[in-house]
Design a binder for this molecule. Structure first.
Ligand code: PAF
Length: 282
């Protein structure tokens, strides 16, 4: 495991990896099967897989869960080893932000003024800044992100293209519990009653997809399918629902085959997000 940028550079050099393809799986740790599916994907496709584990303070707003975000580095490291990752890069905050923060940051532009960006001002600036730093430190050929954070994946793709990072961005399918709830480190915060109602998000998305397949195309009609499922569960408080073009998250009406439905809701004090491709994998 590398705890510093210098140790990582040494590990990459020792592995003689410059001749092979490097894959990066950026995470904030507290790894679950969703993250591990990203590791599997990297391991299958590249010569050297680096998993970064860093709870990035810059992407948490005041009053968010930075302090209580679950951390268990030894467990995460063992899981990465078991799945065949070559290097775990787990820097301290001071290693990535020696001055306490970044003065020059990545501006996510107007794509961050909607959906999660509205509820979490500054979040995507923090995400893109740390991802840019990780790209500079690791210099991967490929980086793997989960589709559950669709807005993040779209923004990372866009940053990579606009700033010419030359990294291939691979977006992996959502991994779900048996009842459909999208895996998330934050699911650990849910009480038993909240956990039961949390499936309202995926039930709503499934209903929207059924409606689409039955010929429903208006954004309002598809969104109402989600709203109805969320409304019927009193512990859920809808934050947003939207029908968008997958590639750039622009709202679309009518919906088409390249559209996705995004949803976010509070379940007690926990914020949950999910999405579905109307014409693709759940
Ligand atoms: O998706 C996450 O876990 C984080 O936003 C990421 C991409 C690791 C950046 O901190």
């Amino acid at each position: 495991m590398a705890r510093t940028i210098a140790e990582l550079a040494g590990a990459l050099h020792d592995a003689h990896i410059r001749a092979g393809r490097i894959g990066l799986v950026p995470t904030m740790g507290s790894l679950h099967e969703g993250h591990l599916s990203l590791v599997d994907r990297a391991v299958a496709g590249v010569d050297v897989t680096v998993v970064s584990i860093f709870v990035n303070p810059m992407q948490f707003g005041p009053g968010e869960d930075l302090d209580r975000y679950p951390r268990d580095l030894e467990r995460d490291r063992a899981l990465c080893d078991a799945r065949g990752a070559d290097i775990v890069f787990a820097p301290e905050v001071a290693e990535l932000y020696p001055d306490g923060g970044a003065l020059v940051t990545v501006d996510p532009g107007r794509l961050a003024d909607r959906f999660c960006g509205t509820a979490r001002p500054g979040h995507f600036r923090g995400v893109l800044t740390v991802v840019a730093k990780l790209f500079s430190i690791v210099r991967p050929d490929v980086a793997v992100f989960g589709r559950k954070d669709l807005q993040q994946a779209v923004l990372v793709r866009r940053m990579t293209a606009d700033l010419d990072f030359g990294v291939e961005i691979d977006v992996a399918p959502i991994v779900r519990e048996a009842d459909g709830l999208a895996l998330s480190s934050r699911n650990a915060y849910l009480s038993a009653a909240e956990r039961e109602q949390a499936v309202g998000l995926v039930r709503g998305l499934e209903a929207a997809r059924r409606a689409y397949r039955a010929g429903g195309r208006t954004a309002a009609g598809l969104e109402e399918q989600v709203r109805a499922e969320v409304r019927s569960r009193p512990l859920l408080d809808l934050e947003y629902v939207g029908v968008v073009r997958m590639a750039d998250l622009e709202p679309v009406d009518p919906a088409g085959p390249a559209s996705a439905v995004l949803v976010a809701a509070r379940c007690g004090t926990t914020r949950l997000i999910d999405n579905v491709l109307l014409d693709g994998a759940p």
